[in-house]
Ligand binder design. Structure first.
Ligand code: BES
Ligand code: MN
Ligand code: ZN
Length: 495
């Protein structure tokens, strides 16, 4: 797919699909980017179809003949309430309509906050580019294609008055997101710790990234028993994967990203009920996201070092499985009492966070489908954020306006709650009960981050997977958090 920019003041025309975004208070003048004969037609169609330009709605006006198949009007809602994500959603709606009609070219006109069709800054253009790329996504490789299916991502996308580098950056970030979604959507019979490693190696190869893999015997040698324990019930042994994007001039320091990589979470011996096990192929989303983030950092040539670290394991109840009551010594020497083998993510993260701490990065960000409690607290479209460093937390939250992903900070200063993570037979216990379950999970993780290292923990349980399509997500993996991490890295890089 190729982006083209149409100069300010020009009209969108001569493409298979023409898309124009409108606020609820739109007037005739807002149709100016359309050729006048088409604007006339649209003007008649709007009242007929009672189109009000409400947020998330669209109107398709089919054309009888000529190169242009249809015009798409995308509702932006109230002008004064418009936020950056609305441009992403509207661009998605227009490009998605084109894709579902098999159109090979599309031209898009969107008003900025002041109503101007053009002169778009880089951030706005990133959102548009991002929305267009998300519109080309679907995970249907395992469906036998039916003949009727015309879906194809457009070859040429023209945007009126956009910033070309912004469009390209939006493309890179959302292509990374789609890469992560593809990985996360793969089922457990395809992606296991071994095939996950193969994919990581392929990525390292194609992008010139450093890769190090610790296999089970190496994990044994180093005392990474928490990760090892989780993987013991599976036919495929666990491993720790470490990818690094290291630019020649890493003038902006180093960030370590740690992702939860459970290729399937059955719960282990503390086995999940059947219904809760469905979607647990998505329990590797954090790992997919951190891999995609180094891919994006390298494609954007950001001047900072980015590490992606993941302990990959499959949580299964096989004969060798770890058990409730087991006491494990983690990589950093702390001991863990296991009282629930379904609280496995924090165990794999314990060793991965301790490993990441040794790299002495400027900050560690971990991302994990960690607790159902987080989904209960925040719902399935807002993820949790926990931090030991208020400044870092604020810095991260400040880019969500542009990324369009919702995060909400949950507290870590409740000392009475923190006591629940203590064990009577070991240093800590892996499950501290139902109340405050997302917070106690974060408090557990804190034990494995080296003191003084700024750290953020992101809990993306349930946000990782869309039960049905919404905004620019199709049903299935969302790779939630990917865009915010990428935007955070871009900000760190000063771009
Ligand atoms: N992978 C799950 C968390 C999860 C739940 C992700 C729903 C996505 C959607 C995690 O490993 C888990 O099982 N957590 C337990 C922890 C409990 C045993 C302390 C949970 O949330 O029930
Ligand atoms: Mn679990
Ligand atoms: Zn899990």
């Amino acid at each position: 797919m190729k982006f083209e920019v149409l100069e300010d003041g020009a009209r969108i025309r001569n493409k298979n699909v023409l898309g124009i975004a409108l606020y609820e208070d739109f007037s005739q003048e807002d149709l100016l980017p359309l050729p006048s004969s088409l604007a006339l037609l649209v003007k008649m169609e709007i009242p007929r179809e009672n189109f009000k330009a409400k947020k998330g709605t669209s109107l398709i006006v089919p054309l009888a003949d000529g190169e242009t198949q249809c015009i798409v009007l995308a509702g932006m809602g109230k002008r004064e309430e418009a936020c950056l994500d609305d441009w992403r959603i509207a661009a998605f709606m227009i490009a998605r309509t084109a894709a579902s009609r098999g159109a090979s070219s599309v031209s898009i006109a969107m008003p900025d906050a002041s109503g101007k069709y053009g002169g778009h800054d880089r951030e706005l253009s990133r959102c548009i580019g991002s929305g267009v790329v998300l519109a080309g996504y679907r995970f249907e490789k395992y469906r036998t294609q039916d003949q009727e299916d015309r879906f194809r991502a457009p070859d040429v996308v023209e945007v009126l008055g956009a910033d070309i580098s912004g469009l390209e950056e939006g493309r890179i970030v959302s292509a990374g997101q789609c890469w992560a979604r593809d990985m996360a959507n793969e089922p457990g019979n395809v992606i296991n710790p071994g095939t996950f490693e193969q994919e990581a190696r392929r990525l390292a190869e194609s992008h010139g990234l450093e890769i190090g893999v610790l296999d089970a015997s190496e994990l044994e040698r180093r005392g990474m028993n928490a990760l090892l324990s989780v993987g013991r019930g599976s036919a495929t042994p666990p491993r720790l994967i470490h990818l690094t994007y290291r630019p020649e001039a890493a003038s902006k320091g180093a960030i370590a990203l740690v992702g939860k990589g459970i290729t399937f979470d059955s719960g282990g011996l503390s086995i999940k009920p059947a219904d809760s096990m469905v979607t647990m192929k998505g329990d590797k989303t954090g790992a997919c996201v951190v891999l995609a983030a180094v891919k994006v950092a390298s494609e954007l040539k950001l001047p900072l070092t980015v590490h992606a670290i993941t302990g990959v394991a499959e949580n299964m109840p096989g004969g060798g499985a770890y058990r409730p009551d087991d006491i494990i010594r983690a990589y950093n020497g702390k001991t863990i009492e296991v009282n629930n083998t379904d609280a496995e993510g924090r165990l794999t993260l314990a060793d991965a966070l301790a490993y990441a701490s040794e790299l002495e990065p400027d900050a560690i960000i971990d991302i994990a489908t960690l607790t159902g409690a987080c989904a209960v607290a925040l719902g399935d479209t807002t993820a949790g954020l926990f931090t030991n460093d208020e400044r870092l937390g604020t810095e991260f939250l400040s880019v969500t306006r542009a990324s369009g992903e919702r995060f909400w900070k949950l507290p870590m200063d409740d000392e009475n709650l923190r006591k629940k993570v203590k064990s009577s037979v070991a240093d800590v216990v892996n499950s501290a009960g139902r109340y405050g379950g997302a917070i106690t999970a974060a408090m557990f993780l804190e034990n494995f981050v080296k003191k003084g290292t700024p750290w953020i923990h992101l809990d993306i349980a349930a946000t990782d997977f869309a039960k049905e399509a919404y905004s620019y997500y199709t049903k299935g993996a969302t790779a939630f958090g990917m865009r915010t991490i990428a935007r955070f890295l871009i900000a760190r890089a000063g771009a």
